[in-house]
Design a protein around this ligand. Structure first.
Ligand code: SF4
Length: 397
């Protein structure tokens, strides 16, 4: 089996996965290249989940393998220290989505997995690896699996997916006539359904032309530093001067005339403060790591945090307590697991839902009100009583 070692993949200076960043902030790619690449635990988990996803796709579409061989490969993944049972269900969702797309064709489409695509027509020295490409009936499907839960990644106008699609067109447009491009991102920790977006092939090609000068500037490290939500995964996010200066500048807020800011201004203040809090926490973490490694941060030092008490030897401590008159019943507590934790008792979410939610044994209570940006997909709520509600109350209630 020729499975790709995801962690060992090469990365282009202008990678497709970083396009969201270098298209907004053209000097960022060269700046990032000058900084060490550290891989977070979340990224390592993502790599593992991708390897499981690839195995499942290969089994179904490329290299049929017997149940024993598949089970042996899965056992190996399950022994990995970062393995989580939900990786199995989530990669099943990814597989099911690809099966749905494959079955939507009247005849077997072409399917390729972990395809390295050449992006140099649009972006200097760039390439990327697409999780799955399906072609048939003048349709090109590009499908990506995302394991993260912190940041939802929609397919619409997604430059990484659009670049993969352009790379696929370069490889396959001589062999297949393609009219429509479908992009789909499966992110099971965020959405139950994949995020999908389609566009005519000519629109995609026009977009590819439009980014050429931006990619040239990014390749040369030219242009202005532009801060925004794309800074979140930038290697320079903690110490980028442009970001620090803009986050901490108050000129735009300072000239506000009245002594109290109005609700019309609060939105922007909250948005900026949110960026400052995230950046502050991330910078503090980086400064701690720097200090622990022997570096100096003027005015700060690393110390031991508050320690936790724990038994040196649990059995010996409990025996000692009992010998000194403490009733054994007082030493243990029996607590029910939470409703959310019961989901992990089942192989898949469907079983859990049928047994507990559909039978009314698990009910959903409304969460505490929380303030989120207006783009959040949840509907707004209010405590205000509407005239309709007020007049629909029974008279004697
Ligand atoms: S932190 Fe933001 S502004 Fe600074 S280089 Fe990175 S993407 Fe550009």
């Amino acid at each position: 089996m020729s499975q790709v070692a995801h962690a060992d993949r090469d990365h282009a200076l202008l990678s497709a996965s970083g396009a969201h960043r270098w298209l907004h902030c053209t000097p960022s790619a060269r700046l990032e290249a000058s900084l060490p690449d550290t891989t977070s635990e979340a990224a390592k988990k993502g790599t593992l989940a991708h390897e499981i996803a690839e195995l499942k796709l290969r089994k179904h579409f490329v290299e049929p393998m017997g149940p024993q061989k598949f089970a042996a490969a899965m056992r190996k993944f399950k022994k990995h220290e970062l393995y989580e049972p939900e990786m199995d269900t989530h990669t099943d969702m990814y597989l099911e989505n690809i099966q749905r797309i494959v079955h939507s064709f009247s005849s077997q489409p072409y399917i390729t997995i972990e395809r390295k695509v050449d992006l140099t027509t649009y972006v200097p020295e760039s390439f990327g690896t697409s999780d799955c490409i399906i072609i048939g009936g003048k349709q090109l499907h590009v499908i990506d699996y995302k394991n993260g839960q912190g940041v939802p990644v929609p397919a619409e106008q997604n430059p990484q997916m659009m670049l993969y699609a352009l790379g696929a067109l370069r490889h396959y447009s001589l062999l297949y006539e393609i009219e429509t491009v479908h992009l789909s991102i499966v992110q099971p920790k965020v959405w139950d359904e994949p995020s999908e977006w389609s566009l005519p092939v000519n629109d995609l090609l026009a977009w590819g032309e439009s980014i050429k000068p931006i990619a040239q500037a990014a390749y040369k490290g030219e242009g202005e530093y532009v801060i925004g939500e794309h800074c979140g995964f930038c290697r320079a996010r903690n110490t980028c001067r442009a970001r620090v200066e803009q986050l901490l500048s108050v000129e735009e807020i300072a000239p506000l005339k009245p002594p109290l800011i109005g609700w019309d201004e609060v939105g922007e203040v909250l948005q900026r403060a949110d960026g400052i809090v995230k950046w502050y926490n991330s910078l503090k973490e980086a400064a701690l790591a720097h200090t622990l490694a022997g570096g100096e941060v003027e005015g700060w030092k690393a110390v031991e945090g508050r320690g936790l008490r724990q038994f040196a030897d649990l059995d010996a401590a409990f025996a000692h307590l009992k010998a000194n008159g403490v009733d054994e019943a007082l030493l243990y507590e029996r607590k029910p697991i939470t409703a959310a934790a019961t989901e992990k008792l089942f192989e898949n979410k469907k079983q859990y839902k049928e047994l507990l939610e559909d039978t009314g044994h698990v009910i959903k209570l409304p969460g505490a009100p929380t303030l989120v940006p207006v783009g959040d997909k949840r509907p707004p709520i209010t405590n205000r009583v509407s005239p309709e509600d007020a007049f629909s109350q029974p008279a004697n209630s």
